[in-house]
Write a protein that binds this ligand. Structure first.
Ligand code: FEC
Length: 294
């Protein structure tokens, strides 16, 4: 064996509805939780139908298995907020004989509040027991841009690129998150030759501080006022179907669009599409300086 092992990281999702309080507590990291926010979150997960099992985590598992087959290297999954934890994945990688661990997050754009947190967990777990090569960003990766461009090319709708919002204070801290998101959006729009597009955030949390905007629900109102009648949502900051897609876009944004007289659809998420697996494999190979397949 080459000594290279991949730890593939994702946000994580509760396995079943009864896990939601513990999952939310993990996200809050010990900070207080308002009961109404927990009730709201349980209701949102219930609407996804995860009473006894959560199909969303299966997407991550399929992605892991496909990446392992594509790379012919061991790949272990580690979740930032659920099980298996990032630390569990690190232990399994070391037990598999890892001398070099390549850390890859299933989120394309760097922020000190997102990717850096994954790195902290992985680095703490690995310690000095293996070399760590960590992929910080891959949002401008040619294959990723191409994959998204293929999904919006030829549409007559106004394309709205979206990503998870973050507290607005990150801009004053010089965080590159917003610039990287806009770069991906621009690259996809150019590649697909989209004339009419914009960017908005989604999935803001009720933490009491200002978050990056505009939020998609407000943005849809602006688009309707501008005479737009058809919108195609293209998330660029997420790569899989999960709560933020199925609830925030497919339910809340669709409902708001309906109230505004807008037709709203969204692209099929990359999930474990073979083209997506090739993108992820290419990123890992580059980070590990492994040869490309013949
Ligand atoms: O499908 C699922 O079950 C999990 C969906 C999920 C993804 C996801 C991705 C990101 N988040 C990011 C930032 C924040 C910040 C807070 C925050 C809070 C939540 C809550 C849930 C949740 N996030 Fe999330 N996020 C997902 C789910 N997220 C549930 C808690 C309820 C709520 O606030 O709505 C605020 C934390 C706090 O309270 O202090 C900040 C970012 C991403 C995209 C990058 C990544 O995937 O890591 C950034 C998927």
């Amino acid at each position: 064996m080459s000594g290279f092992v991949v730890v593939l990281m994702a946000y994580g999702s509760p396995d079943r509805i009864e896990d939601v309080p513990a999952y939310y507590a993990d996200i809050r990291g010990g900070r207080p939780i308002a009961p109404e926010h927990l009730d709201d979150l349980v209701a949102r997960y219930r609407a996804l139908g995860i009473e006894d099992s959560n199909p969303l985590n299966e997407i991550t598992e399929r992605t892991r298995a496909a990446l392992e087959a594509e790379l012919d290297l061991p790949v272990f999954t580690g979740m930032r907020h659920w099980q298996p934890r990032i630390a569990d994945a690190a232990e399994r990688a070391l037990a598999a004989g890892a001398r070099t661990i390549v850390g890859l997050v299933l989120a394309p754009h760097y922020s000190s509040l997102s990717i850096e947190k994954y790195r902290e967990q992985l680095a703490a777990a690995v310690g000095d027991r293996a070399e760590l090569r960590f992929v910080e960003r891959w949002g401008a990766e040619h294959g990723f841009v191409e994959l998204l461009a293929d999904r919006v090319r030829g549409t007559n709708a106004h394309v709205v690129f979206t990503a998870h919002s973050l507290p607005a204070r990150i801009l004053a801290e010089g965080d590159p998150y917003q610039a990287e998101l806009l770069e991906t959006a621009q690259l996809v729009a150019d590649r697909a030759e989209i004339g009419s597009w914009s960017f908005s955030y989604q999935s803001e949390s009720p933490t009491g501080e200002p978050w990056l905007g505009p939020d998609i629900l407000d943005h849809l109102g602006e688009l309707a006022e501008d005479g737009i009648r058809e919108v195609l949502v293209c998330p660029v900051g997420f790569v899989a179907d999960h709560l933020e897609i199925r609830q925030d876009i497919d339910t809340e944004a669709v409902q708001r669009a309906g109230e505004l007289g807008l037709a709203l659809s969204r692209i099929v998420m990359p999930n474990d599409d073979p083209a997506m697996i090739r993108v992820l494999a290419g990123v890992v190979r580059r980070e590990a300086a492994l040869p490309a397949p013949a």
